[in-house]
Design a binder for this molecule. Structure first.
Ligand SMILES: [Zn+2]
Ligand SMILES: [Zn+2]
Length: 1115
């Protein structure tokens, strides 16, 4: 007997399997029972080599398990390598730009090849560079500043999260609108100002389209806005954890640069001035206040979205972060901002001029009252209204109106600042939002944010503000476009130079010349050699030259460290830079001569076209550098991707189930057995004969193969397919189920002789149930989640969710209730009581949440429900583990099968209740449908005889049904659509682990449950009276799991290939990359189940098998 023959390796086992099976085939299924049993056990993937010696059995089994794990490990390896190469992260260069004396001069000399340091000295002398030794310049009128003279005293950055360009343009009439269109509407200064100063000078404003780089996620945008770098997509994973910035940024520079290097000259001047004024006791309105500020360094203040706090935990002196994660919370962050902003503004602009003298004396603590040189306020309401209600909703109107009022007040405060101080306000959106209120991708709605810049009247930017004279016209339309487009990272060098800081080391943005007018000339002490204020072009050319030198310096350093930057591109860039710098040097030498020759007529000599040309060339260089950075750093490691795909292909090939000979034989028989010759018409075939059966089976097999090739392969290549994935799945599922239904219906007569003839004729409608459940689930799709906006959805009606919960309980008790055989192990009737507690408190919780009353949150009852569920999960896990140990130890036959499955089902049911809790009322109805669907699918798996389904078809149906549950619960393969409300079911406070687990289970729970259920069903053994039939059945069910996994591997392989091919596609960050990420997570889940299967489930199966064999042999 072959059974006792020792087999040394699994390959030989397989060979023998095939041989014996072929033998069985030849005899057309009439082989001896012994052979059949032999096949059955071998095909379980277990070794049956030597039932009498347990040691060699376990050895072989171990080897076999190891062999089966290798492809899984390979898949994991390939996927990891691919993912890391696709989401290539930029190497962070941990160097800071310096504010030392001569730092700017050295930078210019090194990067632009100034061989003559005299030029640099000349730039300093003219006041275009300010990096000289401050002692030497203390008597000249050069403003302080690290590289170029500082332009503004203080800055207010008001981030309105998700402020789309059209929001800023059309929906902020009081603040932005009134300032933009003052000329058109005449003097629009408000009456309340008019009383104090009727001709109050208004500052200058401009609105820009502000382009964000994808991924348009707040944290990545803030990183870009402060460092000037391009964050890569991989950073998204840090979105929840929060990683502080390690690269150079202007926030850090503001904090670290020595104050005396960049303080403002005027303040020094005032300090002396005001001391005299104070002595005189005159109305020292501003001077006395400013005097006190001079000695101390002003502070940095922040209020709003705590993302800033995550990024810059130590940099802000006055920090008020508010939690940002709960998108249903529309007001907490904004109210916090509104609370702190007035005080911060006071510190920013100095005390208001209207303030009475007594008041000021009362607040004698002006010495301790902080003054600020930068305040950041990050408002989050617009973004959250977008996520919760979408952009076209009354809530949004209300929120924008609130923002408008806030901005209007803030800008008025800045306009009313003491006339000597120059304050700039930047109102900006970090990204836009799509028409459904989300963001993250690269569509034009998402990347077009608004930027509104407002300078206080004290900046004296005259009429040429926004018209720096350098606009790129000199070199035609292309260069003009370069000047028009403002990217977010372009703001970084602009902010730095405005504040007299060095540009952050890793910045690749290009200065916006419009926003950097000439430095203020000193109004109070006119010093002879002062360069005239109107000649702004040399200033701008110098600033752009420094910016270009800094970018080149960074790129050059980076190319030394890493090979990301292509050599030829760097050479091209260098050429552009060289030509720009030669024009610039010519311009310098020209004006040097002019200065010597005609000292009186300096004004014109500096305003030469040479400076303009140099500016344009530098700007072009900067634009090209940004492009290069964008190409290199938001992109990919080709080699790594190829290796990853190669490994994946190798692993994929080894996992093709057809390599297992038994599966192949079944398939070959299905496909290639001769068609009946008299197959005249389909109608004839439908008559319940064997030929008709064959025809139908072949149809099913073909259809499911085609569908799976499409779903797992082709679909990942088309963005419109990905958009409509749910519809595609529903359609495929319906077609497959209909096919099965037709076969069952029309071959019903032949089933009379099959063993399952006892099945009533009603059971032939089972396949339709699967399809109908999916259809019904589709109706609920928009009702999932717990956002207030969907409370009116039908699924949230109390009658519906209460009914669903009741049905859920009935199903639980009827289907999974204690049967007499397992009373002892599970613990009897009490097992269902946990679920009943959970469901009742859940119903109360939802009822409370529906009430729309603020006090009734339903948190307590939700917590009780969760506790009950967790306890239940713990209990069933424990009993399952015990059983597992028992099966491993003794190979107990009576514990296997039924009760194992029963326990697992109870465990999964409890897990499902957790999903229902974190999803919301609609999930109860979906759960009922999905439960019915799964039960039906199990019936399909159990169907035998003429009704039996082939393994690939079953696997396809399972695959589609499980994935359908993901989409039908309103999930999408996109990070924008995560149901964040899941994190706030039982609490208002954000706790990373609880929120993360809730969100993860909410998103991937159905896939996990479905896969687990399929694993259990496919590995469970049915024993009915007909030994042969049930063993065939079991083998086929085993194969279902293998096919199911194989479909998943196909999907991930196709996803990798598709994102690699689509990496330059417009939609890559919006659609393909998220789809890939989700496929990768699904695959990792499947990998886990695959490993669990090999190492635990099959061990049970094998021990069970040996014990059964032992029994059979004895018989
Ligand atoms: Zn944002
Ligand atoms: Zn958002």
């Amino acid at each position: 007997m072959t059974m006792t023959e020792p087999s040394s390796s699994s390959s030989s086992t397989h060979r023998r399997n095939g041989a014996t099976f072929a033998n069985a085939d030849n005899s057309d299924g009439n082989g001896s029972d012994d052979t059949q049993r032999q096949n059955h056990y071998n095909d379980n993937g277990t070794s049956s080599s030597d039932s009498t010696s347990p040691i060699s059995h376990s050895n072989n089994s171990f080897q076999h398990q190891l062999l089966r794990t290798i492809p899984l490990l390979l898949l994991f390896l390939g996927l990891t390598i691919f993912t890391q190469s696709f989401f290539l992260s930029r190497t962070a260069v941990d160097v800071r730009s310096s504010c030392d004396v001569n730092s700017a001069g050295n930078l210019l000399a090194n990067a632009l090849g100034f061989d003559d340091m005299e030029d640099v000295a000349y730039l300093r002398q003219m006041g275009w560079l300010s990096d000289g030794d401050s002692n030497n310049y203390s008597n000249s009128n050069t403003n302080y500043g690290c590289w170029v003279p500082r332009r503004v005293d203080s800055m207010a950055i008001l981030v309105v999260d998700a402020l789309r360009f059209d929001f800023a343009r059309d929906h902020l009439p009081l603040s932005v609108g009134s300032r933009l269109f003052t000329d058109a509407m005449g003097d629009s200064s408000k009456s309340k100002d008019g009383s104090s100063s009727s001709k109050k000078e208004k500052g200058l404003s401009k609105l820009y389209r502000f382009m964000a780089d994808p991924p348009t996620v707040t944290m990545q945008r803030l990183k870009g806005l402060t460092t000037g770098g391009l964050p890569t997509f991989a950073d998204i994973t840090g979105s929840f954890g929060g990683a502080s910035i390690h690269e150079d940024s202007w926030v850090e520079q503001l904090k670290d640069v020595p104050w005396d290097r960049r303080r403002i000259r005027q303040q020094l001047h005032y300090s002396t001035l005001s001391s005299q004024m104070e002595e005189a006791g005159a109305n020292a309105k501003d001077g006395s206040v400013r005097l006190l500020q001079v000695s101390a360094r002003p502070q940095l203040a922040f209020v709003g979205d705590d993302t800033w706090f995550d990024l810059f935990p130590n940099q802000f002196d006055d920090c008020h972060p508010f939690p940002s994660f709960n998108t249903r919370d529309l007001d907490t962050v904004d109210n916090g901002c509104l609370l702190h902003l007035p005080r911060l503004l006071d510190g920013l602009v100095g005390l208001k001029p209207e303030m009475k003298k007594e008041e000021r004396e009362n607040t004698n603590s002006t010495t301790t009252k902080p003054s600020y040189e930068l305040i950041v306020a990050h408002f989050l309401g617009v973004d959250h209204v977008g996520h919760t209600y979408g952009p076209n909703n009354p809530y949004m109107e209300r929120k924008l109106h609130q923002m408008d009022g806030m901005l209007s007040d803030t800008l008025d405060a800045i306009d009313n600042a003491p006339p000597q101080s120059c304050i700039v306000a930047l109102v900006l959106g970090d990204h836009g939002m799509t028409e459904d209120g989300n963001h993250g991708g690269g569509t034009s709605d998402e990347i077009n944010a608004g930027l509104f810049v407002h300078f206080s009247p004290g900046c004296h930017y005259h009429d040429d503000m926004g018209n720096s004279g350098v606009n790129g016209d000199e070199f035609g339309a292309h260069s003009a476009r370069v000047f028009d487009a403002i990217h977010q990272i372009d703001l970084v060098p602009t902010i730095s130079l405005l504040m007299g800081l060095p540009i952050p080391y890793a910045n690749i943005g290009g200065l916006v010349p419009d926003l950097l007018p000439s430095p203020r000339s000193n109004h109070h002490a006119s010093i002879e050699s002062s360069p005239p204020a109107s000649s702004s072009t040399p200033h701008i050319a110098t600033a752009l030259a420094l910016n270009a030198a800094q970018v080149w310096n960074y790129l050059y350093t980076y190319s030394k460290r890493s090979r990301d930057l292509p050599k030829d591109k760097m050479r091209e860039l260098k050429e552009v830079l060289d030509s720009a710098s030669s024009v610039y040097r010519d311009a310098i030498s020209q004006s040097k001569q002019h200065t010597k020759l005609a000292a009186d007529d300096v004004k014109d000599s500096h305003d030469s076209t040479a400076y303009r040309q140099a500016s344009v060339l530098f700007k072009l260089f900067l634009a090209e550098s940004t492009d290069l950075g964008r190409q290199v750093w938001t992109q990919f490691n080709e080699g790594g991707m190829k290796i990853g795909i190669g490994i994946l292909i190798a692993a994929w090939i080894t996992t093709i189930p057809l390599w297992r000979r038994s599966i192949r034989n079944v398939l070959v028989r299905e496909i290639f057995s001769p068609m009946p010759r008299n197959s005249g018409s389909i109608k004839e075939n439908m008559k319940g004969n064997e030929d008709g059966l064959m025809f139908f089976r072949r149809m099913e097999l073909m259809t499911s193969t085609i569908f799976m090739i499409f779903y797992c392969g082709v679909l990942t290549f088309g963005n419109s397919y990905i958009d409509h994935e749910r519809e595609i799945i529903t359609f495929f599922l319906s077609v497959l189920c209909l096919l099965v239904f037709f076969r069952w219906y029309f071959t019903a007569s032949s089933s009379a002789q099959s063993s399952l003839s006892s099945d009533g004729s009603s059971s032939r409608y089972l396949p339709l149930v699967v399809a109908l459940c999916s259809r019904a689930n589709d109706l609920l799709v928009t009702g999932h989640g717990m956002d207030p906006s969907i409370r009116l959805h039908a699924a949230h009606l109390p009658i519906l969710f209460l009914l669903s919960l009741v049905v859920l309980m009935i199903l639980r008790i009827k289907w999974l209730g204690p049967s007499s055989s397992i009373m002892t192990t599970v613990g009897g009737v009490g097992s269902a009581s946990i679920e009943i507690i959970a469901v009742v408190s859940l119903a109360c919780s939802w009822w409370d949440k529906r009430a729309m009353e603020h006090s009734r949150t339903g948190f307590l009852t939700a917590r009780i429900a969760m506790m009950a569920v967790f306890f239940g999960i713990f209990q069933s896990t424990r009993s399952l583990y015990r059983q597992w140990r028992l099966s491993i130890q003794y190979g107990l036959k009576d514990v296997d099968g039924g009760s194992n499955i029963q326990n697992t089902q109870v465990l999964l049911f409890r897990l499902m209740l957790f999903l229902v809790i974190v999803t919301g009322p609609s999930a109860a109805s979906s759960a009922v449908l999905i439960l019915i669907q799964c039960a039906t699918l199990r019936q399909l798996m159990d169907a035998s005889g003429t009704r039996q389904l082939s393994a690939p078809t079953l696997a396809a149906i399972w695959r589609l049904a499980i994935r359908h549950a993901f989409f039908a619960t309103n999930h999408h393969c996109s990070f924008n659509h995560l149901q964040f409300s899941a994190a706030f079911v039982a609490t208002n406070i954000f706790q990373f682990h609880i929120a993360g687990m809730s969100l993860f289970m909410n998103t991937f729970g159905w896939e996990m449950l479905g896969s687990c259920l399929l694993l259990v069903y496919s590995r469970s053994r049915r024993s009915n009276n007909n030994w042969r039939e049930s063993s065939l059945q079991n083998r086929s069910n085993n194969d279902v799991w293998d096919w199911f996994l194989f479909f998943q591997w196909t999907e991930i392989l196709a996803s990798c290939v598709s994102v690699r091919m689509m990496k330059r596609h417009l939609m890559v960050w919006a659609i393909f990359a998220p789809r890939f990420m989700f496929a990768a997570i699904f695959s990792v889940l499947a990998l886990c189940f695959g490993v669990v299967n090999v190492w635990t489930v099959e061990r049970i199966a094998s021990s069970d098998a040996t014990s059964t064999i032992a029994q059979n042999v004895q018989i």
